[in-house]
Design a protein around this ligand. Sequence first.
Ligand SMILES: Nc1ncnc2c1ncn2[C@@H]1O[C@H](COP(=O)(O)OP(=O)(O)OP(=O)(O)O)[C@@H](O)[C@H]1O
Ligand SMILES: [Mg+2]
Length: 324
Amino acid sequence: MTTTESSPPVIEARGLTKSFGDVQALSDLSLSVNAGQVVGLLGPNGAGKTTAIKMMTTLTTLDEGSAAVSGFDVTTRPNEVRQLIGLAGQSAAVDEKLTARENLELFGRLYKIPRHERRRRVEDLIEQFDMAEFADRPAGTYSGGERRRLDVVAALIANPLALFLDEPTTGLDPRSRADLWDAISMLAAQGTAIVLTTQYLEEADRLADDILIIDHGKVVASGTPETLKRQLNRDVLEVRVATEDDVATVLSVIGEIDGVAADVAGRRVGIPVGDGASRSLELLRAIQDGGVAITDFQLRRPTLDDVFLVLTGSLAVDTEEGAA
Ligand SMILES: Nc1ncnc2c1ncn2[C@@H]1O[C@H](COP(=O)(O)OP(=O)(O)OP(=O)(O)O)[C@@H](O)[C@H]1O
Ligand SMILES: [Mg+2]
């Protein structure tokens, strides 16, 4: 841990609000990120994620609210802010005609890193992020994943205190995504304050200390991944039985216990059990005692997908397997 409770946040935004004509792109978004923390902005297409990032990184003006990095206000001290942050946006800043090495060198110059140090920094990053294989080819020839890696690494050149990553892993294959996750975790562990946007629930769950779920420009829920999941408090015990009669028996047995409303699909009965495994055991025993042969059962825990679905009414694009 690199921070104490009392140290001021590295990134602080209050009441960020922005509209484009009739479109309210963002409304009253507040967040604060300490050194070593990752805050995730999670939302579907058009939710306002990029707008928020642009406001915090001086790329677009604020209609209302304020944002600051290390105490420097984005509106009144944009130059200082730019020197302190790294940004990997959705529309990449790299030059297609230049190689990765040349691009990184150029970014280093923009950040006024002294030549000697710059060389070393570029080589370190290329090695650390496993880019040697393509570092001397023009960026225009890169695969999607190679390109994305260069975008993110370019944001790291000046060792920024605050890092903004706008959908860093969109379009990457699972392995490249996992690599980038490791890299992001490592940067946070080294003390970088990170704001990350994503449409991948799994990604927010895995990386973010705090998550803001946004939809149509509004924050619809926020908290740690655990809190968000707990808010839902909806473990479901799914019991499968052999016959229609068994379904009826199951319903009457659990109805006698405390009148919970079960959800029936064919010969499967879904029973909300709050967040208790012991409750499931109790129910299973009662069902068996009622003379029903259970052919299968499982306890389904809520995922961030469930939270997201309940809150926004739309299913996120993530269907990735692999989260354990
Ligand atoms: N320059 C602009 N002019 C007009 N409308 C804009 C502009 N920029 C953003 N918007 C609108 O504001 C809303 C939020 O857009 P934004 O790019 O912030 O969403 P997003 O969450 O980043 O979406 P995505 O996941 O697709 O990148 C959208 O309705 C978008 O069409
Ligand atoms: Mg966006």
